[in-house]
Design a protein around this ligand. Sequence first.
Ligand code: C2E
Ligand code: CA
Ligand code: CA
Ligand code: CA
Length: 278
Amino acid sequence: VKERGRAGFRFYQPQMNVDLLSRMKIDQAMRQALARGGFRLHYQPQVDIRTGAIVGAEALVRWHDEELGELSPARFIQVAEESGFIVPLGEWVLTEAVRQAAQWHRRGLDLVVAVNVSAVQFQRSNFVERVAAIIAAAGLPARNLELELTESILIQDADEALLRLNALAALGVRLAIDDFGTGYSSLGYLKRFPLRKLKIDRSFIQGLPADESDAGIVRSIVYLARALRLSLIAEGVETEAQRQFLLQAGCDEFQGFLFSPAVESAAFDALLEREALP
Ligand code: C2E
Ligand code: CA
Ligand code: CA
Ligand code: CA
């Protein structure tokens, strides 16, 4: 009773009302933006840490609202998850990223396009069907699509998640764990689930190479990934010293401002061309 009273009291604080109002406003504006084609995708290169070749791209959603300005996805994705709008937005992101991946594929580029999947989206009963339909419609080989899942997806309903992940893996879609090391799950799922890749969270990369606990955590993740035959990518790599550490530790790929931020597809094409020059 005391708990409920406190929660009720908190709800009526002016600060909370402002927040609720702005969440409703953002949600409303997002729905209009989707209908009017106001969302964009940017692509951040994923790079082979040994050769420096671009091997893939992470699709990251962007939204500039006339009135609200440029909103960070961290903010509006959370609002969209709370309201359920993440389902149509996530479907748009997947469709658009797959369309772009298919275009690269037709041009003879063998890139893996990584798409973020929210837990709310993953838990929809038709999620696997939708993924299958979207890649089939675009004519994209399934192995050119990677889904970035968070650990929370795997623990919420582990049995159902296992069925879905097996169905996605059977299609040929690649599965990666995003923000690895920040979740609460046990390591058992790494063995049970049909995963291809772990993405080391940026929070463990930031302190490299000097911070000894970060260095130890990263080395342990490399060791774990090797034992489980999982490929490994580091996110948020900003300095050459971080890249050197990761290379020596045995990480396979990296992504981060050191190489490039996420850019629009035309600028991504320019990065690919620069790479193709003799
Ligand atoms: P994330 O999946 O962990 O994506 C990586 C974030 O780190 C991106 O931020 C990216 O721009 C940023 N980043 C990349 N390299 C560096 C670096 O070297 N240094 C630093 N400081 N940051 C770097 P962004 O685009 O603002 O996205 C934030 C989060 O929003 C994403 O985190 C992801 O959780 C979510 N998000 C973005 N797009 C989508 C989407 O289409 N669907 C879903 N469900 N979530 C998305
Ligand atoms: Ca991600
Ligand atoms: Ca991430
Ligand atoms: Ca992260």
